[in-house]
Design a protein around this ligand. Structure first.
Ligand code: SF4
Length: 340
């Protein structure tokens, strides 16, 4: 059963010559995404920088107002379209959805103690006071394996991994159902990344959390995700269970992203040069298939016809004219978790 249903989500940012002038173009950061996130699952969202994945995450929190589309949350027996909420109703709803940010250094206010940082969502929304507030802070800190003595200190006294635990505690303290993890381990050392990912997985089991896990690195996504959605230039190009994405990708862009992580299987000879050039300008995307300017398999049809978002199998969607014929190369799944 899905917790979040996104339908035809679009986020277009106007480009103006001056602040009050008319829009001369639109940057189509997100351009017609439809997908669901099942209750209790982790959906990985991957793509290069500039693909629009952070904009999707922020839209799901209504930190950005979508240009079009709907975002339905199914909480209890209610179905709420987040795009229709405004003012107080939106603020009240925000306790159900939280975000863990990328940079554990800049995302914490250096003038606030750890206690006050964790307390912020409860205080701002008047969700707890006095002894109940303190107890909720301590319980959340314990869950995130933070030393309670550290609650009185300031963020500068902590390492990157500890700061990210503080960020996780702040996201968890209001008991949300859904958390967007936006490149939440990208700024950390590899050994610390594993610690934080294991903590997120433990918390998910304990608290029945649902995650959208945004990353540019497919190997990180594989470790935590049940399914993976691959995004290119504002659109989804492939969505499937993690194992299928790694073993048998059906989109050339997914194959190219896999080729960038040779350590997963050193015997597999995939050319990293598969992916040439830069991601095109989202204000002026290529005609036909948006990937055709970089795709090694592109044919004339790719330049003129937009590939449909279609279902290859019950759990596998792709947007490529030639998915069945290409025989793309995959890799081995590097984790036990990535088998669902
Ligand atoms: Fe490549 Fe054509 Fe498929 Fe696009 S539609 S990914 S250009 S083969």
């Amino acid at each position: 059963m899905s917790l979040v249903d996104v339908h035809n989500l679009k986020v277009h940012f106007p480009v103006r010559r001056n602040r009050f002038g008319p829009a001369t173009a639109y940057v189509k950061a997100v351009d017609g995404l439809s997908f669901s996130i099942e209750r209790g699952e982790t959906l990985g969202l991957v793509g290069e920088s500039g693909s629009g994945k952070t904009t999707v995450g922020r839209s799901l929190l209504r930190a950005i107002d979508p240009t079009a589309g709907t975002i339905h949350y199914h909480l209890g027996n209610q179905s709420i379209d987040l795009t229709s909420l405004q003012g107080r109703a939106l603020r009240k709803f925000r306790k159900h959805i939280q975000m863990i940010f990328q940079d554990p250094y800049s995302s914490l206010n250096p003038r606030m103690t750890v206690r006050d940082i964790i307390a912020e969502p409860l205080v701002a929304n008047d969700l707890a006071r006095g002894a109940a507030l303190d107890e909720q802070i301590r319980e959340t800190a314990r869950r995130c394996k933070l030393n309670l003595e550290h609650l009185r200190r300031f963020p500068h006294a902590f390492s990157g991994g500890q700061r990210q635990r503080i960020g996780i505690a702040r996201a968890l303290v209001s008991n949300p159902e859904f958390i967007v993890c936006d490149e939440s381990v990208s700024a950390l050392d590899v050994s610390i990344q594993a610690e934080i990912i294991n903590l997120l997985m433990d918390l998910q089991r304990e608290l029945s959390l649902t995650y959208l896990f945004i990353a540019h690195d497919l190997s990180v996504v594989a470790h935590i995700s049940n399914r993976v959605a691959v995004m290119y230039l504002g659109q989804l190009v492939e969505l499937a269970p993690t194992k299928k994405i790694f073993y048998s990708p059906k989109h050339p862009y997914t194959e190219a992203l896999l080729s960038a992580i040779p350590e997963v299987d050193p015997d597999l000879k995939l050319e990293p040069a598969n992916l040439k050039g830069e991601i095109p300008n989202p204000a002026d995307p290529p005609t036909g298939c948006r990937f055709h300017t970089r795709c090694p398999y592109a044919e004339a049809k790719c330049r003129s016809e937009v590939p449909a978002w279609r279902q290859l199998a019950e759990d596998h969607h792709v947007a490529c004219h030639f998915s069945e014929e290409l025989g793309l190369k995959g890799m081995e799944v590097p984790t036990q978790r990535a088998g669902s």
